[in-house]
Write a protein that binds this ligand. Structure first.
Ligand code: DOR
Ligand code: ZN
Length: 452
C-alpha cells in the first residue's frame, strides 16, 4: 500500500454529481482520515444542507461537477531509472495527478531494466514517498530483456509484484514465454503481454526508417516524397498488424497451456481483440486493455499514419471493433501507455506519446459523447475493472475505501496543447484537438493533490 498521509481534518465535497461503476446520482462525500467516511445521495447543492451533514468538516463546493473514483492506469512509462531526460518520478506523478489517476502500474523498460524485486521495491517506495499516487512497479519476463533467462521469476511474490511484462517488445521464444508464464501461474502473478511477433516487427523497421529518412530529406520533391513516406508507413503498419494478430493468438495459447492469468496490453486490431473474445468465451482468465489513442484515432488520415506508436494507429474498422469490445466487456480496461520522449527522440522516430492528462477527456469524448457509453461504464473501465484485475480494494465510491477521487467537468471542451502538460514528454497525438471533459481536482488519500 501507498504511504498513508492521514488528514485529520474532515472534508465534505458537496454539490456534486457522483459517478462510479454502480452510481450515477447527485450527492456529497465525506472524507476523514484519508478514507471515504460516508457517501450521501440526494440534493446537496445548498451549503446549509451540506453543512448539516458534517458540521465539523471543511467544505469543498464541487459546483455541480462530477466526482468519480480516481483512475487506475495499468500501463505507464515513467522512464525511471535511467531515462529521466524523457520523464522522471516528479513529472510523471504530477502528470498522473493532473489526469485524475490515483494508481499507476509502471513498465520495466528502463535503464537498467527492472528485473529484480529489490529494484522494483525501491522505485515503488521512492515514487510513493511523494504522496501523489499508489504505484506498482512491474518486473520483466526475462532477465534484463535477454529473451532467455527467467530465473529472476523463481520466487516472485504477487503481493509485491502483481504484474510482469516485457513491454516495449515481446518474448521471441514461445518456449521461454511458456517458462515465464508457468512461473507466473505458480505464484499468482499476471503476465501483461506486449503482443508483437519479434521477427515481423523487425521486418517493419526498415520501412519506418525509410519513411524517417525521406522526411528528413524533404525539400524540392514535395508531393512525391510525401507519398513515398506514406507508402513506407503503410507497409510497416501492415507488418505490425500481422505481428500483433499472430502474437496475440500465440500468447493466449501459451497462457492457456501454462494456466496463467494473461493480460493483453494495448490491443489494437479487430483480429487480436477477437482472439480475446474467443478465449473469454472458452472460459479462460484473460483480460485486455485498449488505449485512448487506439479507440479515438486511426491511421486512415496522413496525420494518423505519421503518429509513430507501437502498436500503430489502425483502420476505422479496427477502431470500431475496439469500441464494441469496450462496450461488450471483451476489453476490460482503458490504459494509457503513457510513453514520454524528448523532442529529439520523437524526431528520430521513437514510438509513443504522453497520455495521462488526456485519457479521461478522450474517453468521455469518444465513448460517452460519440458512442453513447454511460459515464458509469467509463468509470468501470478506468477504475473498478483495473482495481479488480489488480486485486485492489478501490475504484468505487464506497465508505471505508481510500479517498482517491477525481472531480471532472463532463461538458467542458478544451484544446490539447502538449506544451501545457505536466509531463516532460510534450508530444501528444491529440495536439490541437478539442476534447470534451476536463479534470478539475484530484484527491489522493483524502489530500488534494491537483487543482486545475
Ligand atoms: O509506443 C510505444 N512506446 N510502445 C511501446 O510498447 C513502448 C513505448 C515506450 O516505451 O516508448
Ligand atoms: Zn507495449
Amino acid at each position: 500500500m501507498a504511504v498513508e498521509k492521514k488528514t485529520e481534518k474532515k472534508t465534505l465535497i458537496f454539490n456534486a454529481h457522483l459517478v462510479d461503476k454502480q452510481t450515477d446520482a447527485d450527492g456529497a462525500i465525506l472524507i476523514s482520515g484519508g478514507l471515504i467516511e460516508a457517501v450521501f445521495l440526494g440534493d446537496y447543492t445548498a451549503e446549509e444542507k451540506a453543512r448539516a451533514l458534517a458540521p465539523d468538516a471543511e467544505l469543498f463546493n464541487a459546483e455541480g461537477r462530477t466526482l468519480m473514483p480516481s483512475f487506475i492506469d495499468m500501463h505507464v512509462h515513467f522512464r525511471y531509472p535511467g531515462q529521466t531526460q524523457k520523464e522522471d518520478l516528479d513529472t510523471g506523478l504530477a502528470s498522473a495527478a493532473a489526469g485524475g489517476f490515483g494508481t499507476v502500474v509502471l513498465m520495466p523498460n528502463t535503464l537498467p531494466v527492472v528485473s529484480s524485486a529489490q529494484l522494483a521495491a525501491q522505485i515503488k517506495a521512492e515514487a510513493e514517498s511523494r504522496g501523489l499516487c499508489e504505484v506498482f512497479q512491474t518486473m520483466s519476463l526475462t532477465r534484463d530483456f535477454s529473451g532467455k533467462d527467467t530465473t529472476h521469476l523463481d520466487d516472485i511474490d504477487s503481493e509485491k509484484i502483481p504484474v510482469i511484462t516485457e513491454d516495449g517488445r515481446d518474448v521471441a521464444s514461445a518456449a521461454v514465454m511458456r517458462e515465464a508464464m508457468e512461473k507466473a501461474a505458480q505464484n499468482g502473478v499476471i503476465v501483461s503481454c506486449h503482443s508483437e511477433d519479434v521477427a515481423l516487427a523487425q521486418a517493419a523497421k526498415p520501412y519506418r526508417a525509410e519513411a524517417l529518412a525521406l522526411r528528413k530529406r524533404g525539400g524540392a520533391e514535395g508531393a512525391e516524397i510525401e507519398e513515398k513516406i506514406d507508402e513506407n508507413l503503410r507497409q510497416a503498419n501492415a507488418l505490425l498488424a500481422l505481428a500483433e494478430d499472430t502474437a496475440t493468438e500465440r500468447n493466449i495459447e501459451i497462457a492457456r497451456s501454462a494456466g496463467c492469468r494473461v493480460h493483453i496490453a494495448h490491443c489494437s486490431t479487430a483480429r487480436s481483440i477477437d482472439a480475446v473474445r474467443r478465449a473469454k468465451a472458452e472460459g479462460m482468465t484473460v483480460t485486455a486493455e485498449v488505449t485512448p489513442h487506439h479507440f479515438a484515432l486511426t491511421a486512415d488520415s496522413r496525420e494518423g499514419l505519421r503518429a509513430i506508436v507501437n502498436p500503430p494507429l489502425r483502420s476505422e474498422d479496427d477502431r470500431r471493433a475496439l469500441i464494441e469490445a469496450l462496450r461488450d466487456g471483451t476489453a476490460d480496461v482503458i490504459s494509457t501507455d503513457h510513453a514520454p520522449h524528448t523532442a529529439a527522440d520523437k524526431e528520430s522516430g521513437s514510438p509513443g506519446f504522453v497520455g495521462l492528462e488526456t485519457a479521461f477527456a478522450a474517453a468521455n469524448t469518444v465513448l460517452v459523447k460519440e458512442a453513447c457509453f454511460s459515464l458509469s461504464k467509463v468509470s468501470a473501465l478506468m477504475s473498478a475493472n483495473p482495481a479488480e484485475i489488480l486485486g485492489l480494494n478501490k475504484g468505487l465510491l464506497r465508505p471505508s475505501l481510500r479517498a482517491d477521487l477525481v472531480l471532472v467537468d463532463e461538458d467542458e471542451a478544451w484544446t490539447v496543447h502538449g506544451a501545457d502538460g505536466k509531463s516532460k514528454g510534450k508530444a501528444t497525438v491529440f495536439e490541437g484537438k478539442t476534447l470534451t471533459g476536463k479534470v478539475h481536482a484530484t484527491w489522493f488519500g483524502g489530500r488534494l493533490v491537483f487543482r486545475g
